[in-house]
Design a protein. Structure first.
Length: 797
């Protein structure tokens, strides 16, 4: 149906009028969107069926990527690109007087994730399908994704997100594949033929109903599946009050938890985790058993990957199935389980390591609890053999201790592979955070540096740049992103510079238009677009950026001769609703923006913009327009970062600390093509262990830092009262845990270096082009190939 424009137009008009029972001229853009989405889904349905059939008949190994988050964003445009029909549709629709880009903007982002972790899962799905690898996502179909953010009077206000408001054209409900998930109740123990058996009785059963979404590879016939589970009441009598039961059941897939670091000890969260795992494993094993005889060979045909510890109950749940339903012995079951499961660690922040109190865990999941206890006892016994008498070590490493179940320990003990997400992060895991485990299981630890799909983040998000690249080096880079390295030959090419400049200008115009429309602020297109967009977190140090802006503002006010290269400082960030400190920083950014944007003295030099509701579709507009990418976390804290890669791929220069994947970006582009500053991870960790940094002393010795910090509390910002005392105290009373003051002067010097380079436009473009040229390594295609070869053992279908 996409074979020619004429045929497409005919089919599209027919469908549109049939669906809505009115003339095409009278349809709304939303209706036009739904009709197009339906056509796309139909167009791929035979490939979807064929892919699944091929997987069944060849019996090749499949990977199931279990993740509590999938931050997909919009799908229409990307699906059209991957089908290779975007251009055809754009033209055909244009002839009908329909603007495809407007139609695309009708789609509400599927925002089933908080940030980097969920977006990584989405990029991985795209790479799996595009590389023809048999890999599927398993997640939860939250009714409400991450909250919508409004800024009111400078404050973040959260509204419930409603992505399913107009229905979801991409999903197919598979009611026939629903499975039962059990909570609460008790476990009865009895003997059958001399074997100890277990029965979960008096449980509350709920239904998990799968909704499948096709994952379309780029110009390939592979269509994989993202299976999202919806919680529904079971259609049989319970002894519960019907309304309460319905409400409690539906709550399980109602909201995404809006906290990307620490999980409050909420029963609902644990229910969500088990719900995801139990339903996914049930369907994985059901499908395996249809085509295979022997469950003991499971790991030869199935790999199960857990994205962080949220799905770690896959380990005891698989044990439960193998022991209680398949009647394997403990040792047999344990061998199959550990060979099947692999785990990615995403953070070393201790507050983010999941720990569940036994008193919550045990009543909710009684059989799973028994298995976790048994895993723990056997593990501790092994440790006792290895380290006789070393009680401290064994207690440090135990899975269950002091009434808490440590999910990361369970994940390490129960999987055959544990990976970090950037070199430095994997090293910190091995050498520090998980050293005890590395000593016991050295071969399990490995690194898989994160990546991003260059198809969404370059080809789709920045068609102007993509066209320029293809005109220069051909189109091979789209299939093989390492080919972007051919652009290096254009680093000094003035005609390429000229075209690149025009592309950047065009993208800056588009973003400037969005800024004007959303905030009323008019920005200077010749200014440096200096961007920090990511979740709001103390360790990501939006505060460092804000302090630098205040410092520049003060200099401009004090010194009438001071000049600087004009800048537009752009922020976008959601704060977790309960994270008061992060919310104060949002208010501070907006207060600085008000101050700066209304001051005629600084007007020629700077504007500060906070764009509300940062999400994937907004990122796609911001990143291509960026000149300078802010990646300024406290060294050692940002496991990898993926925002940094998106910017680099679009030709922004990075100003950043030596943290996460910034280090590998520096290795790739060379130190002349990135601006780094600040403490190293080693220095930061040394201060944490040995002390030696006193923020108050530092503050007293640096006048300009003092001025900025005082402005938080001395009435500099009108109408905020004692609002920012919390930030002030974190710096001076709590000794500046994230080294904001300590790194401020080297940050400011690095920003002067940015200016120096920007003044020499040739040099700037040269560096930009080298960044793009070296970004191929950070395609998630490379990452997924490594997972596939080194962890999952998949072969191309
Ligand atoms: C890529 C991405 C992130 C992750 O950004 P970092 O800078 O790596 O923290 C978060 N949110 C959205 C919407 C993204 O697209």
């Amino acid at each position: 149906m996409f074979s020619s424009k004429e045929q497409f137009k005919r089919r599209y008009l027919q469908r549109l009028e049939m669906m809505y029972g009115k003339r095409f001229e009278d349809t709304t853009v939303m209706e036009q969107y739904h009709a197009l989405g339906q056509l796309v889904r139909e167009a791929i349905s035979s490939r979807w069926i064929e892919t699944n059939e091929a997987y069944r008949t060849t019996k090749q190994k499949q990977v199931y990527y279990l993740s509590i988050e999938f931050l997909l964003g919009r799908l229409l445009g990307n699906n059209l690109v991957n089908l290779g029909v975007y251009g055809l549709c754009e033209e055909a629709l244009g002839e009908l007087g329909i603007n495809l880009s407007e139609v695309e903007q009708c789609e509400i982002d599927a925002g089933l994730g908080n940030g980097g972790l969920g977006r990584l899962a989405a990029c991985f799905l795209d790479s799996l399908a595009s590389l023809d690898l048999p890999g599927h996502g398993c997640g939860i179909r939250y009714k409400h994704g991450l909250f919508d953010q409004k800024i009111v009077n400078g404050y973040q206000v959260e509204l419930p997100e409603q992505w399913l408001r107009h229905g979801n054209v991409w999903e197919v409900k598979r009611a026939d594949k629903a499975v039962q998930v059990r909570f609460w109740g008790e476990v009865e123990t009895y003997y059958v033929k001399g074997r100890l058996s277990f029965k979960h009785v008096n449980a509350e059963t709920i239904l998990a109903v799968p909704y499948d979404m096709p994952v379309i590879g780029y110009e390939t016939n592979t269509v994989n599946t993202l299976r999202l589970w919806n919680a529904e009441p079971a259609p049989f009598p319970t002894n519960r009050d019907a309304l309460t039961y319905k409400r409690e059941t539906e709550a399980v897939s109602e909201f995404l938890y809006p906290d990307d670091t620490n999980d409050e000890g909420k029963i609902l969260r644990l229910k969500q985790q088990y719900f995801l795992v139990a339903s996914s494993l049930h369907s994985i094993i059901r499908s395996y058993k249809k085509h295979h005889e022997d469950i003991q060979h499971l790991h030869e045909y199935v790999a199960i990957h857990i994205n962080d510890t949220h799905p770690v109950l896959a380990i005891p749940e698989l044990m439960r199935i193998l022991l209680d339903e398949e009647n394997l012995s403990w040792d047999e079951a344990w061998s199959v389980t550990t060979k099947t499961i692999s785990y990615t660690n995403h953070t070393t922040l201790s507050e983010a390591l999941e720990k569940w109190p036994e008193h919550i865990f045990k009543p909710l999941l009684p059989r799973i609890y028994m298995i976790v206890k048994e895993v723990n006892e056997r593990f501790c016994r092994e440790l006792w053999e290895l380290y006789p008498g070393e009680w401290d070590r064994i207690e440090r490493m135990a899975i269950v201790s002091h009434g808490l179940i440590r999910m990361a320990h369970l994940a390490i003990v129960g999987s055959h592979s544990i990976n970090g997400v950037a070199k430095i992060h994997s090293d910190i895991l091995k050498m520090r955070e998980m050293k005890d485990f590395y000593d016991v299981y050295p071969t399990r630890f490995n690194n898989k540096t994160n990546g991003i799909t260059h198809r969404r983040w370059l080809l789709k998000a920045n068609p102007e740049l993509s066209t320029l690249i293809s005109e220069s080096i051909g189109t091979d880079w789209i299939r093989s992103p390492m080919e972007l390295r051919m652009l290096e030959a254009y680093a000094d090419d003035s005609s390429f510079h000229h075209s690149f400049q025009a592309v950047k200008k065009k993208r800056k115009e588009i973003l400037a238009h969005r800024i004007k429309q959303q905030t009323g602020i008019v920005v200077d297109l010749d200014s440096i677009f200096d961007v920090q967009v990511k979740r709001l977190h103390a360790y990501k140090r939006q505060l460092l950026n804000v302090f630098h802006i205040m410092y520049l503002y003060n200099r401009l006010k004090e010194d009438s001769d001071f000049e600087m290269v004009p800048r537009t400082f752009i922020f976008g960030a959601k704060a977790s609703p309960g994270y008061h400190y992060a919310k104060k920083i949002i208010k501070l950014i907006n207060s600085v923006a008000d101050k700066v944007n209304s001051d005629p003295r600084v007007a020629p030099y700077m504007k500060v913009v906070f764009l509300e509701n940062y999400r994937v579709s907004l990122a796609e507009e911001i990143i291509p327009a960026t000149d300078l990418s802010e990646q300024i976390s406290t060294a050692s804290k940002e496991a990898s970062g993926t925002g940094n890669m998106k910017f680099m791929m679009n030709g922004a220069l990075t100003i950043g600390t030596l943290d996460g994947a910034n280090i590998e970006i520096r290795e790739a582009v060379g130190e002349d093509n990135i601006i780094t500053f600040g403490l190293t991870a080693e220095q930061v960790l040394h201060y944490y262990q040995k002390g030696g940094y006193t923020s108050l002393d530092y503050y007293h010795h640096h006048k300009s830092i003092q001025t900025v910090v005082e402005q938080l509390v001395n009435g500099f910002f009108p109408n905020v009262g004692s609002e920012f005392e919390m930030i002030y105290d974190s710096l001076l009373e709590q000794n500046d845990e994230f080294f904001v003051l300590k790194d401020l002067s080297s940050y400011s010097l690095a920003q002067q270096e940015v200016e120096r380079v920007y003044r020499d436009q040739r040099s700037w473009y040269q560096k930009s082009i080298i960044n793009i040229a070296k970004s191929g390594y950070f395609s998630s295609d490379r990452t997924i190939k490594q997972y596939s070869d080194e962890i999952w053992g998949l072969s191309i279908r």
